[in-house]
Design a protein around this ligand. Structure first.
Ligand code: GLN
Length: 282
């Protein structure tokens, strides 16, 4: 809990430097340099270097499975107390690696870079609370869905804003997420403020830089829970979504392995357990 508050506080200070303000999502393609991708481990180059989608042979020969994520999205991925990436997705990925008999490595990068990173073979798969969308399905192959989610609205406590009165407001979102797509496509917003990390959106709202935040349910709940009563989650979902892991198109071997482990964990009720565990820890 404390670290999210710390991150949010840091982000308030950093707000003036944050990428935001563009009304046109296409203009953001070149803005990725504002916060550098951080490598969680040093040895990710091996499977990255070939640029090939690692079939299982490559993964087993390398002895490691490389997961790509964006660790600003509790409880699915966040920076844990020891400084490494923790959450539901890393724990599920660790099970996949275990079933394959290899080590897991995690690369933490901006969310808007993940699809390209999967396509170019920077890692074997993305696990990032990523929603299946038709546009993304044209670029990557998705596993089975393992979590149902939705976009929700966060407002300042006592605000009169609802999902029906969003036109003309300033809305903060995480760049290139389904929250961004909703704010950009379904609302006549005055401004869409786009941030690299999900937790930064809450800091912007607390600081009064925007009128509302649109975010996935559980990260939104985490932000509200850490807002010292300043923020409120509105009860009506804006969308219906499903999360899945993404692999390079055509990597059926890895997809089958991921699906087998996901199915096992779902049959065991393990995913729900992990969500509860990390919602309490994040
Ligand atoms: N589920 C949202 C999406 O896929 C947000 C994911 C995230 O920020 N990690 O766009």
């Amino acid at each position: 809990m404390k670290k999210i508050v710390a991150i949010m506080t840091a982000c308030v200070l950093a707000l003036s430097m944050a990428a935001c303000g563009s009304k046109n999502p296409d203009q953001n393609a070149s803005s990725e340099a504002s916060s550098a991708a951080v490598s969680e481990s040093s040895g990710a180059e091996a499977s990255a270097a070939s640029g090939e989608a690692g079939g299982l042979d490559t993964i087993k020969a390398n002895g490691k499975l490389v997961m790509l994520t964006n660790a600003t999205f509790p409880p699915f991925e966040y920076i844990g107390d020891d400084g490494s990436v923790a959450g539901v997705d890393p724990d599920v990925a660790a099970e996949i690696a275990k079933d394959l008999g290899v080590e897991l490595e995690i690369l933490d990068m901006n969310f808007d870079l993940l699809i390209e990173a999967v396509k170019s073979g920077k890692g074997d798969f993305a696990a990032a609370g990523m929603t299946i969308t038709p546009e993304r399905q044209e670029q990557v192959d998705f596993s089975k869905e393992y979590v149902k989610s939705a976009q929700y609205l966060i407002v300042q406590k006592g605000s009169s804003i609802t999902k029906d009165t969003l036109d003309g407001t300033t809305i903060a979102v995480q760049e290139s997420t389904t929250g961004d797509f909703y704010a950009s496509d379904e609302v006549q917003a005055k401004e869409v403020m786009r941030f690299k990390g999900a937790t930064e959106t809450g800091a912007a709202l607390i600081a009064g830089k925007c009128d509302a935040v649109i975010l996935d349910k559980l990260p939104a709940e985490a932000i509200v829970a850490n807002s010292n009563g300043k923020l409120e989650l509105l009860p009506d979902p804006l969308t219906e979504e499903s999360y899945a892991f993404a692999v390079k198109k055509g990597n059926a071997e890895l997809l089958d392995a991921i699906n087998a482990t996901l199915q096992r964990l779902m049959d065991e009720g393990k995913i729900d357990e992990l969500v509860t565990e990390h919602a309490n820890a994040a």
